[in-house]
Ligand binder design. Structure first.
Ligand code: SF4
Length: 395
């Protein structure tokens, strides 16, 4: 324990720990000591604003569920020509953006399958149309996997694909598609997806072109502890070179309706240990997000004591993870209450993590009770399958 204590103290003080040390902490450090050190590292990093924890209002818009990549953990996609495949037309996407603006969203996360016909041109058209109609919306969308796919469909380089969609309106990349970056574990769950090295290479290219991103980790698909830490190491190495990852967002694999059939899953304690270890390992990434959607609201609260500084989005719409069984629902008032009762001051943030509104006291809390998660979602049972999308009054 003396050695572990020294490593915990060094990391809590902002010192760098090695991957081997991170693995030791993750696997062996007493839970509360690990959490305390991660919380100390968080407080040290945020200084005067360490009392604040943030949330965001955004909407995930899925433009198609048609996908040629057939990941084994995915419950969302349908193969080309499948009778349940769909593509949202541009008018539908714009209507969803308009509803999001009406509800106070600041960000849109476009996310979809690898449609065999969707090259760079498709994304240029969509991004340009959204920016023209709603210039106030930040397009934090897609990821390295979509770039890999679209560049191949269009026969252009990754750099050209990124530059063109950036010019059309994409502001930053969401980190989806990272899943687990380590070869063996990635191939086991997504054999047709680009390699983890390729995913990182594309992100590094994007960062070099001025397009920042977040990085994610879907844990719980049968990877070993060593592979979990190796995933973090691969991201940290790129971050040392680019500084382009704004946040690290771990979440847990959801077990329903997919080929992995829930045979493996990460426990809540594994998740909390990972969040804490990530805070201690990533001396070069500012923000760590807790995923209330996949691990539940109370665990989301707990992550704020294990190194997380952000609870992510209210998520006005979410279909991909919800299709695989993520049943948690929330709303703006509840997220604010969760943050406040976790002992933090809630603040709405933007995509760049700037505070838009700090809710210093309950008297500052917003009152718009329409800002709920999944207010529209094809993934909600008995809900709003396209095209009978539930509508709010946007006049
Ligand atoms: S996770 Fe993405 S790439 Fe994989 S099958 Fe699902 S939609 Fe396709």
């Amino acid at each position: 324990m003396t050695d572990l204590r020294n490593v915990l103290d060094r990391a809590a003080d902002g010192g760098r720990i090695t991957p081997d040390e991170a693995l030791e902490l993750y696997a062996q450090a007493p839970l509360h000591a690990l959490g305390r050190a991660a919380d100390a590292a968080r407080r040290r990093r945020f200084g005067d604003t360490a009392g604040i924890a943030t949330y965001l209002i955004d909407r995930n818009i899925n433009y198609t569920n048609v996908c040629v990549t057939a990941c084994k953990f995915c419950a969302f996609y349908r193969a080309p020509n499948h009778e349940e495949g769909w593509v949202r037309d541009l008018g539908d996407i714009l209507r969803r953006c308009g509803e999001a603006v009406e509800l106070g969203a600041t960000q849109i996360m476009l996310q979809g399958g690898h449609h065999p016909d969707f090259g760079v041109e498709y994304y240029e058209e969509v991004f340009a149309a959204i920016k023209q109609a709603y210039p106030q919306l930040v397009l934090h969308s897609l990821g390295a996997s979509e770039v890999h796919h679209m560049s191949r469909v269009s026969g252009v380089s990754v750099a050209e694909a990124i530059s063109r969609i950036h010019a059309a309106g994409l502001d930053s990349f969401a980190g989806a598609g990272a899943e687990i970056l380590v070869g063996r574990a990635r191939t086991a769950i997504a054999p047709l997806k680009e390699s983890g090295e390729r995913w990182l290479e594309i992100m590094e290219t994007a960062h070099g072109l001025g397009v920042e991103s977040t990085a994610t980790f879907m844990m719980g698909t049968g990877e070993t502890n060593a592979e979990r830490i190796e995933h973090l190491r691969m991201i940290r190495d790129v971050q040392d070179r680019t500084g382009g990852f704004r946040a690290f967002i771990p979440w847990t694999y959801q077990p329903e309706n997919n080929h992995l059939k829930g045979r493996t899953q990460a426990s809540i304690l594994e998740y909390l240990r990972l969040v804490a270890t990530a805070r201690l390992f990533f001396d070069n990434i500012t923000h760590i997000q807790g995923s209330w959607l996949t691990v539940g609201k109370e665990v989301g609260q707990l992550t704020l004591h294990y190194g997380a500084d952000d609870l992510g989005s209210v998520m006005l719409e979410e279909n991909v993870v919800s299709s695989a069984g993520a049943k948690h629902r929330s709303n703006r008032q509840e997220l604010i209450r969760l943050i406040r009762t976790a002992g933090r001051i809630p603040a709405q943030r933007d995509t760049l993590y700037r505070h838009i509104k700090v809710h210093w006291t309950a008297a500052d809390d917003p009152t718009d009770d329409r800002v709920v998660s999944h207010f529209s979602s094809t993934a909600v049972q008995g809900g709003t399958a396209h095209p009978e999308l539930k509508l709010i009054d946007v006049r």
